[in-house]
Design a protein around this ligand. Structure first.
Ligand SMILES: Nc1ncnc2c1ncn2[C@@H]1O[C@H](COP(=O)(O)OP(=O)(O)OP(=O)(O)O)[C@@H](O)[C@H]1O
Ligand SMILES: [Mg+2]
Length: 297
């Protein structure tokens, strides 16, 4: 018999996913949230999911570990698989060994009395041995730059620090896939910067597939390998950030009120005014390309 090669643990496959929540009141209509979504993330990639409020970002995140539809009910069609494990066939607890989640509100990610207890919580629930848990806590806190805060009370940390601890708690489960649902949306700019720094270093290490739902177009442009733009539960654009935040796609996103990267907007404005073909994604790109253009002028 010929068997298909095993799918790497960090592969995310979403195929023809449509989902409606059950009616919110008796006699109401189901609430359509996702419509025929397909994408694939390869191990170590960072895939951004963006779109306006209500576009379906959180629902898609929750579908990746099976919370949608296992906890939410409703009507589900299509297939979601992580490393070949179909969420319809594996319990949430089993999926949790592959997929870890970080949510928007830092405090909702934290449960323990100390930072170390919070980071240990996930592996404890997975039945990991105490010595291995201790090693993972040290490693994960180091990974997010919070090694000096092991014994701190999570409630006393800044939002950015709390979110870094939440990421450490997720990493301590050694997930193949890390899903972050608007992890910086509730933070001040400094906290957001801290968390994006951690995500940048995780992305660079390519150890974990990262799915990042965000309306922070600049962060997505700076970090994502691939972007999926949702509107009304549908994918209306997908591609690399330079493809999505440029040309007609950029105009289409702007017309739908979807955040685009500030540098992409600047490139488009300059291209229209001075007949150039800039395609900045980041401030660094802009510095480099503008300096080069000016030196030729
Ligand atoms: N528990 C629920 N029951 C019923 N409908 C829901 C539920 N959660 C979300 N919805 C609806 O599903 C759709 C998608 O919502 P979702 O929360 O996934 O969007 P989002 O892109 O994450 O928005 P936001 O940027 O506000 O977080 C919306 O129409 C929303 O009202
Ligand atoms: Mg959301």
């Amino acid at each position: 018999m010929i068997t298909a090669p095993p799918v790497p643990a960090g592969t995310v496959e979403v195929t023809g996913l449509s989902y409606s929540y059950p009616p919110t009141h008796t006699g109401g209509e189901p609430v359509a949230a996702l419509n025929d979504i397909s994408f694939r993330a390869e191990p170590g990639q960072i895939v951004g999911i963006t779109g306006t409020s209500g576009a379906g970002k959180s629902t898609l995140c929750l579908a990746l570990n099976g919370i949608v539809p296992r906890r939410t009910g409703g009507a589900f069609r299509g297939r979601v698989a992580i490393g070949g494990r179909d969420t319809r066939q594996y319990e949430i607890a089993v999926m949790a060994t592959r997929v870890a989640m970080v949510f928007q509100q830092p405090e909702s990610n934290l449960v323990g009395l100390s930072v170390a207890a919070d980071v240990a919580f996930g592996p404890e629930n997975l039945g990991v041995s105490p010595s291995e848990i201790a090693a993972r806590v040290t490693w994960a806190l180091d990974r997010v730059g919070m090694a000096g805060y092991r014994d701190a009370a999570p409630a006393r940390l800044s939002g950015g620090q709390q979110q870094r601890v939440a990421i450490a708690a997720a990493l301590a489960m050694q997930p193949a896939v890390l899903v972050l649902d608007e992890p910086t949306a509730a933070l001040d700019p400094l906290g957001a910067e801290e968390v994006l720094g951690v995500l940048g270093s995780l992305a660079a290490s390519r150890e974990t597939t990262i799915i990042l739902a965000s309306q922070d177009a600049d962060a997505l442009a700076g970090h994502a390998d691939w972007l999926i733009v949702l509107d009304g539960g549908q994918v209306i654009a997908s591609g690399t950030p330079p493809d999505v935040y440029a040309g007609n796609t950029l105009i289409q996103l702007q017309s739908r009120g979807i955040a685009v990267s500030a540098m992409a907007e600047l490139s488009a404005t300059l291209n229209a005014r001075v007949n150039q073909s800039f395609a900045f994604q980041t401030v660094e790109d802009a510095h480099r390309d503008l300096a080069a253009a000016l030196s030729q002028a």
